[in-house]
Design a protein around this ligand. Sequence first.
Ligand code: ATP
Ligand code: MG
Length: 506
Amino acid sequence: MSKHFPFLQTIRARLALTLFVSFSLLAVFSSLIFMQASSEHQQEITQRMNADLAQHVVKEYLLFEKGEANLQAAKQTFEKLMVLGPNFEFYVLDASGKVLAYSTDPAKIKRQAVDTAVFSEFFQSKTINKPICGDDPRSTSGKKVFSVAPIYNDQQLSGYLYVILGSEIYDDIASMVKGSGIVQGALWSIFLGVTFSLLATLWFAGIITRPLRMLTSQVQAIRAEGFSSEGMKNEPAMNALCKWNDASSNEMHALGSSFKTLLEKLDEQYKNVITIDQLRKELLSHISHDLRTPLASLLGYLETWELNHKKVSAEESTGYIATAKLSAQKISKLVEQLFELAYLDSGNVQVNIEPFSIAELVQDTLQKFKILAAEKGLALEVEPKDSSIQVVGDIEKLERVLSNLIDNAIRHTGEGGRIVVRLSRSTRSVAVEVSDNGIGIPPEDLPHVFEPHFKAGNSVRGNTAHGGLGLAISKKLLDLHQASIQVKSRETEGTSFEFCLPAAGV
Ligand SMILES: Nc1ncnc2c1ncn2[C@@H]1O[C@H](COP(=O)(O)OP(=O)(O)OP(=O)(O)O)[C@@H](O)[C@H]1O
Ligand SMILES: [Mg+2]
């Protein structure tokens, strides 16, 4: 509809039109009902006031003689009664309702008989509280209020005197409006009342739709500015949205505050997308950086072997292959760690929580590093050696955490150093601490060690590839256990990592 009537595009205009149409209909219907009621009331009053008129005339004037209607006498009587005014029309009817004599102009008579069925209703009603209408002989189908009285001759009903009352009672509404100042006044009052109500309602509609217009302009202001990585650009519009009260039962407030929440969510997601995009770029550059060295080494050794394997000794040839294999293993480890981190980030990780002896798990993990530690002259210890210390968690994942921490400790601790895994049991939890007396972490690097791809300035690479992913993976694995990990370190003195697990059987 608004296509054909562009001015109807706003809710306010539609509301105004709807109200205008309903109020106009209301005005028309109430006027019609008012006029109908006042016309009926007029008829009722006329009939009630003149109910005995016919009876009175019958008593006073002789209209029938010897069973026959005395038409001559009737005519004279009617002439006398004309002094009552033109509002009354007198008819002498026989018992069946046939018109025998009348006071009116013969040319105006359109009906020769009147239906007498309604007379009994008239005779029976003691007080007239609604108009009773009978046939009007001056029209073929019209009805009018009347007064009627039976005429008896020797106890025999010989006919009726039928009086049409108020022949000037307004026949139609138009003549009633024209003829009555009261009706006109009342109609004006209805019209003014309805117009005033319409204007008042339109004013209220404006007040009701004002918050909607406000919200629309705020949203348009935000839309015009858009989102940015620093947050919503249009701060005044955003602050204006804060005024919508979330707790209010007012629908507009609910809509405004929902919209604000939605915008905040969108803003957050927008920032997330930007961050993820940046991370993706960083990740790609890290991956290519981390893989470049072992890949170059792998290719280099393979090419050297290809060129020289016929010239060099079998021992040397095997040496090339072994070094190439080492590079391939580094690549494999890096790729595996990247996949692990991506898998942990995906949020679909299964955790198999079960009670187990943490002391035994520590012993088993240390066992794997025994040779490496011995080569470096390091002592690996667990305190206390009490296999009854039980925790609940995912064994496989916690084994990965311990391996990462012990691997780091071994790499960053010099000859003769000591790596201790300490278990401290409290009522509800068991604290696991992996400490070393190695090179430590510089204080400025300490807050970043759990970030993926971060390596401290004094990081030791050893002869294996290190992508700086171990601690990031360990942190995520512990997050799955709702456990947090803390680090303490002093440069040149040593480092300790600590996390808490829930004790079993609590
Ligand atoms: N026990 C430690 N002593 C000194 N520095 C450490 C210790 N543990 C971790 N770090 C520092 O934190 C950095 C990040 O450790 P993380 O385990 O995440 O990576 P990485 O060991 O370098 O590589 P990856 O674990 O992927 O093989 C290390 O590069 C190192 O600089
Ligand atoms: Mg590591």
